[in-house]
Design a protein around this ligand. Structure first.
Ligand SMILES: [Fe+2]
Length: 180
């Protein structure tokens, strides 16, 4: 079974509450045993921003797999996952992952507290399950990094949180698309 078939099996047949952790285990195992294979064309960094390329879309719409390639210093804004669970793993290089908790929201002013900051190297994976879905990803290396993301649906938008200058953030909807 390929890693994709194993993930397919889990997502279509296991209880939804168990799926993210099971997908995470498969990703970690597949990187360890060399069966997780991302085509080279998916690993090219782009000069302007990180690349986001669709590796697989489930015909039944239950999940998508997206490869992201991060050039040196490329990063996301603080963002959510539009209520969709996600499992992310590092395929090449290393990523800095900063997790945030939403602590309050009043009249469009969002407050966050930063929690853990993790350096995730090749073979590490993590789950993002709503409502704990706020983070910043950054490639702090001088060389590209590659990550694989399994989403419990298709993430065609998310929300980014832009600093207002007074310690709070404002929420902005961001459409997401795929690169070539
Ligand atoms: Fe994310």
């Amino acid at each position: 079974m390929t890693f994709r078939e194993r993930i397919d099996e889990i997502i279509h047949h296991e209880p939804p509450a168990l799926v993210p952790e099971m997908v995470k285990s498969v990703l970690i195992d597949s990187i360890k045993d060399g069966s997780l294979d991302v085509p080279e064309a998916f690993k090219r960094a782009r000069p302007d921003a990180y690349a986001r390329r669709l590796l697989h879309r489930d015909p039944e719409g239950q999940y998508t797999m997206v490869v992201m390639t991060w050039g040196p210093g490329q990063k996301t804004a603080l963002h959510d996952h539009a209520g969709i669970w996600c499992v992310e793993c590092v395929v090449d290089g290393r990523m800095e992952v900063s997790q945030y908790d939403l602590t309050s929201e009043h009249g469009g002013a969002f407050q966050f507290e930063q929690r853990k900051r993790i350096l995730a190297s090749r073979g590490s994976a993590g789950c993002l399950i709503p409502p704990f879905e706020y983070h910043v990803l950054a490639n702090t290396l001088e060389t590209p990094s590659v990550t694989l993301h399994v989403y419990g649906g298709e993430m065609d938008h998310c929300h980014v949180f832009e600093p207002s200058g007074d310690g709070s953030y404002k929420r902005v909807r961001k459409a997401l698309c795929y690169n070539e």
